[in-house]
Design a protein around this ligand. Structure first.
Ligand code: FDA
Length: 583
């Protein structure tokens, strides 16, 4: 007879979405099984830019050091080059991922963590290792086949790919982190907008020492403008650093309407040499594959006890580097809610807020990434698209050097083309400004944070309910620096107040006991457990000293109150009940 395995949550997939869901759930003490189809994690570097929001999530989970140890650091990610080939003429550079001094100031003000580069081949093992160490069961070579759900749980059919044996895993909840071809999303019939495979790209991985061509302008991305760069693909040819400066990945487009290109080692090496611009380059091809660019997002992310996270619900080109970041952030939003319901202090309706909060993000990032791919104006601006021969192309590129009205016009147009790329490479508002509107947020009538600068480029810190809890540096009693994020760890709700608001602590203790909710109060002020060393918390808290900010486990603001309430226990209790769906 067949046995049924039981767990609280079953996660399908060990990519950024699934592995992080398993890590978050295991960290919260939830019984979790993670299954994944293949024998190991990602076998190609794929996603790599890991932005501040994701890094501070890793900080929260206590694995930021491990990620940093395997990452290419912030200092080396930024001098992004546009050129005719790596060895050829440089058209210009843009300081990316907030490495421009002005943008780096924005970044350092916004978060305790900086954007780094870690390929998926390095990140996934860290997530899986820590999930497993914290109690998750990981089952490789195990395929999701289908599921049925009823009032009490989900029965999922899986196949052990080594033995061919099929069995059932019975769980309270199921999370589908099974990528862009998600079977879980298809089985749920999640509503999707957009289209798949709208442009063709190929990935070629190779090893070659390119230090002499790149180390003086260190970046993750070297964009190559050559005839054909505008065909398919992600806007231009790309030579991407995997490890400085001898492991690389080329992305080159192809016309998806035509026959797929036939790749072999020689054809791949020819493309690499062409983009590097060195005919005799000593190169070892380590892999190649074709992939489709997508523009698709789900408008609803869950059904009953089953949820989809990551590429299962947002599918888009790598532009803006949002793929794995958004996947991790989806799971961060979802896992604490599931834990709250499983532990009985949140109503099942809290789970509905996952889709309410993350579906708008899915739409936003899919549209943003697709728009960025189309915002490579360099070929057009240089006049290369009309060139009939390599000589004409060179003449068009050279015209920007001429002391003529046409040369001046080209130079001016290049400035504009360059500025447009900030929306792909310095979209700090997109990366950090996610704002939630749902029943898990109690609005106080204040509008969404806005400082009149471009909301895609600039992040505005704010404690308006729904916003990401702002970071400033504070200190412990011994003067060691802490981020305000360190005060609000994933395992609980945190009420942050000042000395005049100390009465909130008593109220919070009573509410926590009454509702059975993990909730702690942090009082910031001189002589208290946390010191406002730079007085920055006072500047940013958005409430009076006697007021309070209630921070959710996922470091978004759930509720705030301007000053000490007449009946703090009642005020806080009402807010928390509303957030947890227990009102
Ligand atoms: P992901 O696809 O990573 O993982 C899916 C998981 O589900 C895998 O572990 C798989 O084994 C498992 N699975 C699937 N079906 C299953 C089944 N039936 N049963 C069990 N397990 C199953 N992004 C970016 O930002 N920069 C980049 O350069 C690139 N490059 C790139 C190249 C290529 C070739 C691809 C395919 C994708 C990219 N991306 C990218 C996108 C990026 O990789 C993507 O956004 C994240 O990996 C999404 O993470 P997920 O965990 O959602 O899916």
């Amino acid at each position: 007879t067949e046995t049924t395995v039981e767990t609280e949550v079953l996660v399908v997939g060990s990519g950024p979405a699934g592995a992080s869901a398993a890590l978050f759930l295991a960290s919260l003490g939830i019984d979790t099984i993670m299954i994944t189809k293949y024998r190991w994690t990602a076998n190609t570097p794929r996603a790599h830019i890991t932005n501040q929001r994701t890094m501070e999530i890793f900080r929260d989970l206590g694995i930021e050091d491990q990620v940093l140890a395997d990452a290419t650091p912030h200092e080396l990610v930024g001098d992004t080059v546009f050129c005719t080939s790596i060895a050829g003429e440089e058209i210009g550079r843009i300081l990316t991922w907030e490495t421009h001094p002005a943008r780096e100031a924005d970044a350092r003000l916004a978060s305790p963590s900086l954007t780094v580069d870690i390929p998926q081949t390095y990140l996934e093992p860290i997530l899986v290792r820590n999930a497993s160490q914290r109690g998750a069961q990981s089952r490789f070579s195990t395929e999701y086949l289908g599921h049925t759900q009823d009032a009490d749980g989900v029965s999922t059919r899986v196949r052990d790919r080594l033995t061919g044996a099929e069995y059932t895993i019975r769980s309270r909840y199921l999370i589908g982190g099974d990528g862009a071809r998600s079977q879980v999303a298809a089985d749920l019939g999640l509503p999707m907008e957009g289209a798949m495979d709208i442009a063709g790209s190929m990935n070629i991985t190779f090893t070659a020492d390119l230090s002499h061509l790149v180390a003086h302008r260190p970046s993750v991305l070297y964009w190559v403008l050559q005839p054909g760069s505008d065909v398919g693909g992600i806007g231009a040819g790309l030579v991407r650093m995997v490890r400085p400066w001898d492991e690389w990945l080329v992305v080159w487009g192809y016309d998806i309407a035509g026959e797929p290109p036939q790749l072999d080692d020689d054809a791949a090496a020819a493309i690499v040499r062409q983009l590097v611009g060195q005919e005799d380059l000593d190169v070892e091809i380590t892999g190649y594959s074709l992939w489709g660019n997508n523009r698709m997002y789900a408008t609803h992310l869950q059904e009953g006890r089953v949820f989809c996270v990551g590429d299962a619900v947002h599918r888009h080109p790598p532009s803006n580097g949002l793929g794995s970041n958004t996947s991790v952030q989806d799971s961060y939003n979802l896992a604490w809610k599931i834990a709250g319901v499983l532990r009985g202090y949140a109503a099942p309706s809290l789970l509905e807020t996952y889709s309410a909060e993350r579906a708008p993000v899915a739409e936003q990032i899919v549209l943003r990434a697709n728009k960025s791919g189309g915002e490579f104006r360099f070929l057009e601006v240089l006049g290369v698209l009309d060139a009939g021969s390599p000589e004409e192309m060179q003449a068009a590129i050279d015209e920007r050097k001429a002391n003529t009205p046409a040369g001046a016009a080209k130079r001016a147009a290049l400035v504009e083309a360059m500025d447009l790329k900030h929306y792909e490479f310095n979209a700090h508002g997109v990366e950090m400004g996610q704002f939630y509107t749902s029943s898990a947020v109690v609005p106080d009538g204040s509008p969404k944070p806005d400082d009149e600068r471009d909301p895609e480029l600039y992040y505005v810190p704010s404690t308006v309910p729904g916003a990401r809890f702002p970071h400033v540096w504070v200190a412990d009693t011994a003067g060691h620096k802490l981020s305000t994020h360190d005060l609000a760890p994933y395992g609980r709700f945190t009420l942050v107040t000042g000395i005049a608001g100390e009465a909130w602590a008593d109220a919070a203790a009573k509410v926590a006991a009454e509702l059975g909710v993990p909730l702690e109060t942090v009082v910031i002020g001189p002589g208290r457990e946390v010191i406002d060393t730079y007085y920055d918390w006072a500047r940013i808290r958005g409430v009076e000293e006697s007021g309070a900010v209630l921070v959710r486990p996922d470091t978004h603001v759930a509720w705030r109150v301007q000053s000490l309430a007449d009946d703090p226990e009642r005020a806080l209790g009402e807010a928390l009940r509303a957030v947890l769906g227990r009102a």
